[in-house]
Design a protein around this ligand. Structure first.
Ligand code: ADP
Length: 161
């Protein structure tokens, strides 16, 4: 049976922290569906299409990686896409409480879908999309935290008034 994991998040924008989880996930799973959650309560910096394009550009020719967006319940979408596992990354202890709640809620909603966590690499534990945006907004250097095409997209976004 093909083992497929769904890796959900905002990816606004994609960072090397996300890339590391995807690369390592591809060693464990046959296929990964990166699923951008459309959240009506959040105003993203990048459009869904821009975020999808950034992820695809980082993994050219990787046909085991699918990048999509979804609205509504994650477990519903995971089931629809034939995913048995929800893949999440863990950074600091502060991620833990929220992730524990989400994992348990998702298990209650559908106990056939398992949540699995991968620990961040030590070089990426402080990298979050939110922090990257904050630094880039004020002209700080985000080199090495995001791939070059994301760095350019951030510069462009914040240079247009
Ligand atoms: P954020 O805005 O916090 O970067 P996302 O919603 O895009 O988060 O994150 C999607 C998933 O990627 C989450 O499971 C999150 O914990 C994980 N993730 C984000 N950054 C990192 C990182 N630097 N190392 C490991 N996992 C990460």
């Amino acid at each position: 049976m093909k083992r497929t994991a769904i890796y959900p998040g905002s990816f606004d924008p994609l960072t090397h922290g996300h890339i590391s989880i995807i690369e390592r996930g591809l060693r464990v799973f046959d296929e990964i569906v990166v699923a951008i959650a459309i959240n009506v309560r959040k105003t993203p910096l990048f459009t869904t299409e821009e975020r999808i394009a950034m992820i695809r550009e980082s993994f050219p020719g990787e046909d085991r990686l699918k990048t999509e967006s979804f609205e509504g319940l994650l477990v519903g979408y995971a089931k629809e896409r034939g995913c048995q596992v929800i893949l999440r990354g863990l950074r600091a202890v502060s991620d833990f409480e929220y992730e524990l709640q989400m994992a348990n809620m998702n298990r209650k909603l559908d106990d056939e879908i398992e949540t699995m966590f991968m620990m961040t690499e030590e070089t990426h534990f402080y990298v979050s999309s939110g922090l990257v945006k904050e630094v880039a907004r004020f002209g700080g250097d985000v080199h090495g935290l995001v791939p070059p095409h994301v760095e350019s997209a951030l510069t462009e976004k914040f240079s247009t008034p």
